[in-house]
Design a protein around this ligand. Sequence first.
Ligand SMILES: *Cc1c(COP(=O)(O)O)cnc(C)c1O
Length: 387
Amino acid sequence: MAVEFSRRLAKLPPYPFAEINRKKKQAIAEGKDVISFGVGDPDQPTPGHIVKAAQAALENPKYHHYPFDAGLSEFRKAVSQWYASRFNVTLDPDTQVRACIGSKDGLSHAHFALLDPGDVALMPDPGYPVYATSTIFAGGKPYALPLKEKNDFLPDLEAVPKAVLQKTKILFLNSPGNPTSAVADGAFFEKAVRMAKKYNFVILHDAAYSEIYFENPPISFLSVPGAADVGVEYHSLSKTYNMTGWRIGWYCGNASIVGVLGSTKENFDSGVFEAVQIAGVSALTSPQDCVRDMRKLYKERRDLLCDGLKNLGWKFRLPEASFYIWVQTPKGYTSNKTVEKLIDDASLMTIPGSALGKHGEGYIRFALTVPKERIQAALSRLAKIRW
Ligand SMILES: *Cc1c(COP(=O)(O)O)cnc(C)c1O
C-alpha cells in the first residue's frame, strides 16, 4: 500500500506484551505445556453476585441506550461511598467522579486534555507502558523517573532537573506499582503534592492495585492534604474483582481536572455500557468477602513462589502488594536473555523488565495469576535449568 502511516506511530515502541504473547502462542503451537507468569490478567472468574447483577441489568431495556458520559449516578455514588469507607476520603459523586472504560482508557486520554506538543510528562520507569505511549500520541515528551532498589523502587522526584520540572504538565504515579510492587506512603505523596504546587503540574495516580495487598492496606493518594488540589486517582474494577474483560474503571479527585478529562473523553467514546456499570455498583456495594478471599489466594501463591525462588537463589524483594514479583536476572543475563531461556528450557513465560522501560533492565516480572499446582510445577522446572 502506498499510504504512509503517521509519524507518531513510528515513534512508539512495539507494544511489549504483543510480542511476548506471540512467543507464547508459538510455544503452545509447538505442543509445549507453557506455564504463563506473563500478562497480569487474573485467572479467577468474576464473583457470581456481580455476574448476576449484570445479567439482571442486561434484561432491562433502560440500560440499552447510549450511556450518560460521566457514568450512571448510582455508579458514581457507589464509588464515593467506597472511597469514604475504604480511604476516609470525601468525593462529590456529581463533580469529582467519572466512569471510564477501564483505567487504561482513562489514562490514555488524559494527555489530550493536559499536554501541548513539547510538554513533559514524568513517569515511573519501569512502568505501565500506556503512560509513555499516550504522551507520545499527544506530542508530549515522556521523562523517565528511574525506579531503583536503593530508593525502595519509588521515583526520586528531587533528582529531576529544574528545567524539566518547569516544562512538566503531568506526573504519573503508580502505587502499588506495576511491575516493582512498591507502595508509596503519605510522606512520598505529600512531597509530590508540594512539587506539583510549586511547578504547576497535575498528578495522575494509578491505583489499579490498591486492593491487592498482603500487609497494611495501601493509602489513597487523595488522602494526603492538598492532593485534591492538584490531582486525580485512577481506579479499576479489573484487578480487584477479576473483571479485566468487562472494561470498567473510574477517575476521581480534583473537580476541574475530572471535568476537563471528561469533556475531552466525550469526543472519543460514548461511555461505559450501563449494564456493566450496574455490575460495578454490585461489586463496590456488596460485602467485600470476595476481595478478602482473593487476597488470601494471592498471598498463598506469593509465599509458595517466593519461597521456591529464594531457595533456588533468585534475588528479589518480597512484595507487600500487587500480584507481581520483580526478580533480578541471573548474573550475566539480560532481561530478554533470561526470558528467552525460561521459555526455551522450561516453557515458562515471564515479562522482561526492559519491555517496561529501560530502567527495568536486569529484572524479570512474574505475575501471581497462576494456580498453586502450576507454580509448584514451574519451580521444579526452574530447578533443572543450568545458567
Ligand atoms: C492492569 C492495570 C491497569 C488496569 O487497567 P484496566 O484498563 O482498568 O483494565 C491500570 N494500571 C496498571 C499499572 C495496571 O497494571
